[in-house]
Design a protein around this ligand. Sequence first.
Ligand code: GDP
Length: 362
Amino acid sequence: ALSIGIVGLPNVGKSTLFNALTKNDVLAANYPFATIDPNVGVVGVPDPRLDVLARMFGSARIVPATVTFVDIAGLVRGASQGQGLGNKFLAHIRETDAICQVVRVFTDSDVAHVAGRVDPADDIEVVNTELVLADLQTLEKVLPRLEKEVRLGGTGPAAKARAEALDAARAAYEVLNSGKTVFSAGIDTTALRDVHLLTAKPFLYVFNVDETEITNDRLKARLQELVAPAPAIFLDAKLEAELADLSEEDARELLASIGQRESGLAILARTGFDVLGLQTFLTAGPKETRAWTIRKGATAPEAAGVIHSDFQRGFIKAEVVSYDDLVAAGSLAQARAQGKVRIEGRDYVMQDGDVVEFRFNV
Ligand code: GDP
């Protein structure tokens, strides 16, 4: 499964946030005896549509989509030169598919800040610099090899791929040399996939703010501007940890008291899912209502394959109704009677919120 690495300087609230996330760990909830890596949290993606469908179909249970977070400790200034956990840290981050930086905005004189003051822009710069330096080191090793390979020439697809990789590596090097991340510069690094550049991964930011600042739109706009076009989430990690211990009703009440309708973790899970390039389709029946995870752009047979590989191999067609049409009709039978249930073939590109039944040969 695709995963999101949580990084940040010491004392910004990473562990607090991660612990709150793992209290919602669906793996732990569904498989109490599974051995779980303490640094990995598998979190359900909240989706109110599932409750509606479960009621409509009388489903015995609900299975949400999940997103996997990995707590990556050890990022300090100088990590790219081996400070702190250095290389170990970088190896862990290389294995993830997106990077979530936690940034301290909260003020608390009892909690020391590594730089002696709370400065979000400076912290983001420190973390970016370490990742940029690590990528520069990687490219300094890779570039001479690519240049040599391209000099040796050759024809055909392999030679073309090497030339493309060299071009992408040079473009990335230039961007990194100017201190920017590859992601923020929007460089296409498909040809460099094997090199696993850290800053080519999509980024998202969690600003750990004081509870009273969650509704401070001016502050949020200023912070969002620092990291655009990456998405920013504003939450109070300590509050999230408290919420995770409360009943659903009490949590809702506490959120309402600070002017929020849902938890920061819920927003984080959804945003993370989106940043990873994922979307869901839905199935519903008496046994369960379930959200399944696919890439954006996946076709109907690929979606069927997520449920079972046999479904993909023997795919015949998909019966699809959009969630909105289904809810407007009130039942599947009504939706059918109104002609809202479409028959789609192999080339159909799945849309978020499609409610689907697959027909297949076994
Ligand atoms: P990490 O080093 O980034 O993992 O940071 P921790 O999660 O261990 O947090 C460091 C300290 O800051 C702990 O004492 C937390 O209780 C505290 N802390 C974390 N988040 C918040 C917050 O949102 N507000 C306040 N006031 N303190 C926080």
